[in-house]
Design a protein around this ligand. Structure first.
Ligand SMILES: [Zn+2]
Length: 291
């Protein structure tokens, strides 16, 4: 889209005017963009080497006039329509982090179902023959998809267990407690705490020391994910990312320790040092496709 509103200066920006901003100002303002109609978070895509002009994108709210629906009759709607109701009562969700496979950054069109055949998990099995606890195995991909799509899932009291290895538990608790939206991070509850954290990415950068920084917007507490230099290349390969800008507008789900920067006075940063502990889900930008 051509316009987005910046909540810092309360101004509606046209994309080519936004492009002219000095670097530092642009970097600040791009973390505070929303759709001019529905107010959902938006992000800025710079002019591309392929000739696409600068523009803004957003995941619009239901009913927003600026939302474009792309429905393909050939694609399965299974995953797109699933809700937290699919997790049956008393069913425990199991995630085996050592089985995570990465893959292309999972491009799905906004409001569209994911690519058929890529949905994994949901296989029903029994954790342990003696206790007979019924459970469903999910991947990070599937967890993130549900978090994005289902408010009910975000608030779910279902038990979820993340296994580091076959029988070593990393986190065990209720979904609503141990899978935390960037928007819900508070210093009191989450400083120095290891959880799963998730939210949208509106700016990305490499620092000189080789770390990758994925930054969310101000409405998400300006939370950032810092990916350590020793796994940065693996991360790029794992998700088949060539340019960091491909991650703009993606959602990220990451396990790690949340630390408020500047000795507790700054913004929340989630530190990620293991590639199996992170998943990114990219939404295709229909505006780019059409240009
Ligand atoms: Zn909108």
């Amino acid at each position: 889209m051509q316009y987005a509103k910046c909540t810092l200066d309360n101004r509606n920006w046209e994309a080519t005017a936004f492009e002219q901003l000095p670097g530092g100002e642009l970097e600040t303002k791009r973390t505070s963009l929303v759709c001019t109609e529905c107010g959902e978070f938006a992000w800025y895509r710079k002019r591309s080497i392929h000739g696409h002009p600068p523009h803004f994108c957003a995941h619009h709210a239901e009913g927003c006039d600026l939302k474009v629906e792309y429905i393909s009759s050939t694609e399965s709607r299974d995953d797109a329509t699933e809700t937290a109701d699919d997790v049956e009562n008393n069913d425990t969700i199991v995630v085996r982090l050592d089985k995570e496979k990465g893959g292309a950054i999972d491009v799905v069109q906004t409001q569209n179902p994911p690519i058929p055949g890529q949905g994994e998990g949901g296989r029903r099995f029994v954790i342990d023959g003696h206790t007979r606890i019924s459970s469903q195995q999910f991947t990070l991909r599937r967890i993130l998809h549900r978090l994005v799509k289902s408010e009910a899932f975000r608030q779910s009291t279902s038990r979820i267990i993340f296994y580091r290895t076959n029988d070593e538990v990393m986190l065990d608790g209720q979904v609503k407690d141990i899978v935390v939206s960037f928007a819900d991070i508070t210093k009191d509850k989450h400083h120095e705490k290891i959880n799963f954290y998730w939210g949208p990415i509106v700016s990305v950068k490499n620092t000189k020391d080789g770390k990758i920084w994925l930054n969310s917007s101000m409405s998400y507490n300006s939370a950032s994910v810092a990916i350590f230099e020793d796994i940065a290349d693996d991360f790029m390969q794992f998700f088949e990312v060539e340019e960091l800008d491909e991650l703009l507008g993606a959602y990220v789900l990451v396990a790690g320790r949340c630390v408020y920067s500047n000795g507790g006075e700054g913004k929340p940063v989630i530190w990620c040092g293991t590639k199996n502990y992170i998943f990114v889900k990219k939404y295709k930008d229909p505006y780019v496709e059409d240009i």
